[in-house]
Design a protein around this ligand. Structure first.
Ligand SMILES: Cc1cc2nc3c(=O)[nH]c(=O)nc-3n(C[C@H](O)[C@H](O)[C@H](O)COP(=O)(O)O)c2cc1C
Length: 406
């Protein structure tokens, strides 16, 4: 009897200890955002855009902030006027050596402009987008060094004028469902008819066009160049540092910054994501080595469909903004059809970096020749496919935070 009591007391104590450990681990895990990190204020903007007819002009900014941007830097500011919204770059949100001429920053601004214009249509207005003409101080390769210090923080890049008349597009419906998907894609290929329709989304008369790498040799060459470019970035301490500055790995970094790349958007899947969150923060070097491995083993594995946006001059301001508008439109179109997309821009990033350092344009020459681009210049590269898992939303700053006094 006494033995029985002892055993059951021991069991009880063991049970209590297990519960205590589990509760502690649960508390620790909750503190590290392991269970569901995608709730709360940083994610509220994903449900804030209403887009009803007769709404206020400022409502359009709620759609704009949901756009894609490099490393989720959200490099935008908006001024709301009675007849238009002016879009400004916010140069304090640059990727540094990862984007030395602010080319990607302006592609991101083009993405926001596209969301603004689409949203205007759904609110009963006809938008007229007027893009500023370059060159811009601090983002033109020819003049950037000299002007860098003098460049103001915010520069107007476009005005979206609002006129009566509706140009509603069904793409508005998916603005809040579009997410970059970095996870694995299925073997089933995106049909050629979908690729053709995506190409047609390029504006008539625009200098930007979508080039599909249709031949397996082209895709193999794209993969080899992308891996080589990723290795170059991973070995470049300044690029790793500037890229890492936008990683928000600690749970408290997400609500305080509401931007950047979180562990949830890496496409690792729920279990691996939860496990990684429990580990100490990896170093910038470790993170980028892992990125190289995932690029090889996930992003480029299985011969995915790959396309690039090519332009006549990648440093031309209009070409950058139009490339961004096109990317956003394509991604929305794909989202509406269950097709996932994922930019893979290591090659153009290395092309910019070679230019910034005054080196011979080795990556540019090799890629252009291998892919048969002729006199067209690569400015954006991506894969697409049917995803194994849904893409997830990243944090966003609210519209109110990025509207400045007119
Ligand atoms: C100009 C530009 C370049 C980008 N390059 C990459 C890239 O090379 N790799 C990547 O994983 N995502 C890339 N992205 C996707 C952004 O990281 C993504 O848009 C951002 O984190 C916001 O997430 P969301 O698109 O899911 O809203 C790029 C986006 C833009 C606009």
């Amino acid at each position: 009897m006494e033995r029985k009591l002892k055993v059951s007391r021991r069991r009880l104590l063991e049970g209590v200890a297990t519960l205590a450990v589990a509760a502690g681990a649960g508390w620790y895990a909750a503190g590290r955002g392991v269970f569901d990190a995608r709730t709360g204020e940083p994610f509220a903007p994903w449900t804030a855009f209403r887009g009803r007819r007769g709404g206020e002009l400022a409502e359009l900014v709620r759609a704009a902030v949901l756009a894609a941007s490099p490393h989720n830097t959200q490099p935008w500011l908006f001024e709301v006027h009675p007849d238009r919204i002016d879009v400004f770059s916010d140069r304090s949100r640059s990727l540094g050596t990862m984007d030395p001429f602010l080319r990607e920053m302006h592609i991101g601004l083009g993405c926001a402009i596209e969301n603004l214009a689409l949203a205007a249509g759904s609110m009963g207005w006809a938008p007229r987008v007027e893009l500023e003409a370059g060159p811009l101080p601090g983002s033109d390769p020819e003049g950037s060094r000299a002007l860098e210090g003098a460049a103001p923080r915010a520069i107007r890049v476009a005005s979206v004028r609002i006129e009566p008349g509706a140009a509603a597009s069904p793409l508005v419906e998916v603005i809040a469902r579009r997410h970059t998907n970095r996870g694995p894609y299925q073997a089933q290929r995106v049909p050629g008819s979908a690729l053709q329709e995506l190409s047609r989304l390029s504006e008539a008369g625009s200098d930007g066009e979508v080039v599909w790498l249709e031949h397996p040799d082209q895709r193999e060459s794209f993969a080899a160049h992308t891996l080589r470019a990723t290795e170059t970035i991973v070995r470049d301490a300044a690029m790793v540092r500037d890229s890492d500055a936008w990683f928000r790995l600690a749970p408290e970094a997400v609500p305080s910054h509401r931007d950047g790349l979180t562990l949830d958007v890496m496409g690792l899947g729920p279990l691996l994501t939860a496990a990684v969150k429990l580990l100490p923060r990896p170093s910038a070097e470790q993170m980028h080595d892992d990125w190289l491995r995932v690029t090889r083993e996930v992003h480029l594995a299985g011969d995915p469909a790959v396309g690039v946006i090519a332009v006549r001059d990648r440093y031309d301001l209009g070409a950058r903004l139009r490339a961004g508008r096109l990317w956003q439109r394509m991604h929305l179109w794909a989202t509406a059809r269950g097709i996932a997309m994922h930019p893979l821009n290591q090659v153009p990033e290395v092309i910019d970096r070679e230019r910034m350092l005054g080196r011979a344009p080795a990556m540019e020459r090799s890629f252009t020749t291998a892919l048969g681009l002729g006199d067209r210049q690569l400015t954006f590269a991506f894969r697409l496919g049917f995803p194994e898992r849904e893409g997830v939303c990243g944090p966003r700053r609210a519209a109110e935070e990025v509207i400045r006094a007119a």
